[in-house]
Design a protein around this ligand. Structure first.
Ligand code: COA
Length: 170
């Protein structure tokens, strides 16, 4: 039993939790590319959303859904055969929502140990109870200066998402 778990082995929502990094890997195959031979943007979004979901659900120990995606630039082309490493981590928690940062590193052919950051995105998730209503998430444990810096960045990302939503609904 970890300090964040109660006697039933489920996560106590009033506890502080450390965010573990989640890493997944993808290989870009021809069915993932567009007619220019570069990765289809929607495919990248799907891979990023999936690893972010894994990180958020692992952290909460409960069902979560994507509620917003911020700040993804497609400025570096990803090509057929590239190897991708996707790193996801919870950087901010509020009452029922959490922000996950996803960094994608690519390795091009001919393969070397050299990796390059190709994409970064911020995914806000909301934890849901059995009736589909938002429910509390554990609080993120901040241990280092970097944790605190990322937490404050996550707060700005969330603020930005909410103000965008507000102005879009006018
Ligand atoms: C998730 C959902 C139930 C939340 O409903 P809601 O009426 O917005 O609920 P609330 O207003 O109570 O907001 C819940 C939390 O989400 C946050 N939130 C809501 N919309 C947000 C947005 N666009 N960006 C960032 N945060 C958002 C709120 O700030 C709140 O956070 P907090 O409790 O940590 O302070 C609802 O938006 C939904 O069902 N969305 C569809 C999710 C889905 O299907 N995703 C898959 C991709 S299609």
């Amino acid at each position: 039993m970890t300090p964040a778990e109660n006697t039933k082995g489920t996560l106590a929502m009033d506890s502080e939790r450390r965010a573990d990094e989640v890493i997944t890997h993808e290989v870009v195959f021809p069915q993932d590319t567009n007619h220019y031979g570069t990765l289809f943007g929607g495919k990248m979004l799907s891979w990023m959303d999936k690893v972010a979901y894994y990180a958020s659900t692992r952290f909460c120990g409960q069902n979560t859904v994507t509620v917003s995606v911020e700040g993804i630039d497609f400025s570096v082309p990803v090509r057929n055969g590239d190897l991708l490493d996707l790193h996801a981590r919870v950087i901010h928690t509020a009452r029922t929502s959490l922000v996950i940062r996803v960094d994608v590193f690519k390795t091009e052919m001919p393969y070397t140990s050299e990796r390059r950051l190709s994409h970064t995105g911020y995914f806000t998730f909301v934890a849901l109870d059995d009736d589909g209503k938002p429910r509390r998430v554990p609080t993120l444990l901040l241990e280092t200066e970097e944790d605190r810096r990322l937490f404050s960045l996550g707060a700005k990302i969330k603020e930005h998402a909410l103000s965008r939503r507000k102005s879009a609904s006018r």
